[in-house]
Unconditional design. Structure first.
Length: 313
């Protein structure tokens, strides 16, 4: 039997990994840190809440809706805010600040929605948990295998997208040199829109799973942002596959390290759990700002693995 704390670590690590993948993808194509990424997840949280508490149906049916609506929201924000600011000459600092403004705006809208739901239906939309709406699989909560499978499937999908399709190759080209890509005929605007759709969709999708395992509030997305950034930085902001290692490392550390420290010092230490991803952020910035992606490139690990596989044949 798998201990409950280990299952929580796997679920949390899977969700942080999915969120970190989206954060890294945005940075690769737009070259800006998206501080609104956590609020995309909060949006997905309330999609699940609406399906479960308002309509009384399984939150799993809301997962595709969360992905699509989150993706559309990402497109709208890119067209209205990011693309508009780029056209009038806004630099990286201005664009970064604009994502903070987006985060504040979306967060306020979510709070308004939570208050409206409480007044209209009587359902308490703060500090809620949807675990009772989950199904059982071999004695486990269904989200335990589902979250891990979705996480791994996302990595596999992105591998084939970025390496086996023209659209993915165009995305990689834009991440290396946007101006040259435009000169070569790549539709950079379409690629940007696709990127923001995917990041918004993935973040909202991951967010839709959160309340089925963890207590959720309108500010949950903002709280997760530091963990998302830590996972992306540890994996490397210019290396999307590094988010797999970074996300699970941060997720496991937050859950297991806090649990271990609580056993030594008492439950009060749990209030300082946000310090764990902050330590990751500080450590990466001081030791290796490029993250694991930089080390992997320096050591030529992909080329060495390819040589080993060819030699084995």
């Amino acid at each position: 039997m798998i201990p409950g704390i280990l299952m929580s670590a796997i679920v949390y690590g899977s969700l942080i990994t999915i969120l970190s993948i989206g954060y890294t993808l945005t940075y690769l194509t737009s070259k800006i840190p998206n501080f609104a990424h956590g609020t995309y997840a909060a949006f997905g949280i309330y999609v699940s809440f609406t399906f479960a508490k308002v309509y009384g149906i399984s939150p799993y049916l809301g997962f595709p809706v969360a992905f699509l609506v989150g993706g559309v929201m990402g497109i709208i924000l890119y067209i209205i805010v990011i693309n508009t600011l780029e056209k009038i000459g806004g630099g990286q600092v201005v664009l970064t600040i604009s994502t903070i403004a987006i985060q504040i705006f979306i967060g306020a809208c979510i709070n308004v929605y939570a208050t409206y739901i409480r007044m209209k239906t009587g359902q308490y939309a703060y500090n809620f948990l949807l675990k009772s709406y989950d199904f059982k699989f071999m004695g486990f909560q269904g989200l335990f295998p589902v979250s891990f499978i979705i996480c791994i499937s996302t990595i596999i999908f992105l591998y084939f997208l970025l390496n086996k399709t023209k659209t993915g190759i165009a995305m990689r080209a834009i991440s290396e040199d946007p101006e040259l890509s435009s000169i070569l005929g790549i539709d950079t605007n379409f690629i940007q829109i696709l990127s923001w759709f995917m990041t918004g969709g993935l973040a909202s999708f991951a967010g839709a799973m959160i309340p089925m395992w963890f207590l959720s509030t309108p500010t949950t997305g903002n709280i997760l942002l530091i963990s998302i950034m830590a996972g992306s930085l540890l994996g490397g902001l210019d290396y999307i596959y590094g988010a797999l290692i970074g996300g699970f490392s941060v997720g496991f550390s937050e859950i297991l390290l806090t649990y271990w420290m609580q056993g030594i010092f008492g439950t009060w230490i749990g209030e300082y759990r946000p310090l764990v991803p902050m330590i990751f952020v500080i450590g990466v910035l001081l030791i290796e700002p490029r993250g694991l992606g930089g080390l992997i490139r320096d050591l030529n690990i992909p080329e060495k693995i390819d040589q080993i596989l060819r030699g084995s044949k």
